[in-house]
Ligand binder design. Structure first.
Ligand SMILES: NC(=O)c1ccc[n+]([C@@H]2O[C@H](COP(=O)([O-])OP(=O)(O)OC[C@H]3O[C@@H](n4cnc5c(N)ncnc54)[C@H](OP(=O)(O)O)[C@@H]3O)[C@@H](O)[C@H]2O)c1
Length: 267
């Protein structure tokens, strides 16, 4: 697992991707980390970026700021028809960024929790898996390419305050690891990204120190261009993962304390 400051654990493969002149699809591109990815990829010289969005109007300003290199693509990652159409349209991509995500904020035993858990799995896991399925042949045809999957530090360390979200991101982690092995044969590299709390709409109710979406995007560009396999893009994620590796049970205990504090504050 590589960190924000140290990419030495990554294992560069023969063919390293460059953002310069690449053609990229970013899901959930209209705000938060997805929007930061679009801006950072533009800066790094991407030739064309498809912005997968549920509402085309949500990227009108971005399109106006960067005429010519951006394409708005209707893409709800839970809709099979949108996914099929996206694969038909974006046949020229060399990089797929599975960024779209949902955090329902659900617990474990409440009335709405099963519905919330299904939504998180549909968007975070099945959406990402569907995109990998339809775009793997596209990437192969275009020379191999790169997939970037957004998991979370909550996909490596279980967060009892976000139990079903954590489980959906753990599913992303495992499918990302398998995809890396399976798709290596066709020359496709797979990068897993595991952020801690990042200052976006998703984390607005999370009372923890937050890094910026821009920093995640900068670190991701660097990780792609260094051929990294996984990235902890911020110091919160980096520290937490290190503690988890040192003593997983102690980390579980810390998460219990964090959960009890959270419940006491909410009472
Ligand atoms: N923020 C954090 O602290 C944090 C930490 C670790 C990992 N992450 C992960 O990073 C990724 C980006 O998160 P963020 O913080 O930028 O969240 P965000 O600000 O809430 O943005 C979420 C994005 O996902 C899109 N989206 C949601 N459901 C979708 C669907 N069914 N189909 C297509 N797009 C959909 C949203 O589109 P609409 O505008 O249409 O809703 C929006 O563009 C997510 O995978 C998230 O789990 C975030």
């Amino acid at each position: 697992m590589s960190s924000a400051g140290d990419q030495t654990e990554s294992k560069p493969k023969e063919k390293i991707m460059k953002i310069q002149d690449s053609i990229i699809l970013v899901t959930g591109a209209n705000r938060g980390i997805g929007k930061a990815y679009v801006e950072e990829f533009l800066k790094a010289g991407a030739k064309k970026i498809y912005m997968g969005v549920r509402n085309l109007g949500s990227v009108a300003d971005l399109m106006a700021e960067h005429p010519g290199r951006l394409v708005a693509l209707p893409l709800d990652v839970t809709k099979a028809e949108d996914i099929r159409n996206a694969a038909e349209t974006a046949k020229d991509i060399t990089i797929l960024v599975n960024n779209a995500g949902a955090l329902s904020g659900g617990g474990l035993t409440g009335d709405q929790d099963m519905e919330n858990a299904r939504l998180e799995m549909e968007v975070n896991y099945f959406g990402l898996l569907s995109l990998m399925q339809v775009f793997a042949p596209v990437l192969k045809a275009n020379g191999g390419g790169q997939i970037v999957n957004l998991s979370s530090i909550a996909g490596l360390v279980s967060f009892p305050g976000l139990p079903t979200y954590s489980a959906s991101k753990a599913a992303v982690h495992f499918i990302t690891q398998s995809a890396r092995t399976i798709l290596a044969a066709q020359g496709t590299k797979v990068l897993g990204v595991y952020p801690g709390p990042i200052d976006t709409d998703m984390a607005k109710d999370i009372d923890l120190p937050k890094d910026t979406p821009q920093h995640v995007a900068e670190r991701t560009v660097k990780a792609i261009e260094e051929g990294a396999e996984d990235l902890l893009p911020d110091s919160f994620a980096e520290d937490m993962y290190e503690q988890y590796l040192t003593d997983p049970k102690a980390m579980e205990g810390q998460m219990q304390v964090m959960y009890e504090d959270m419940m006491a504050e909410a009472a």
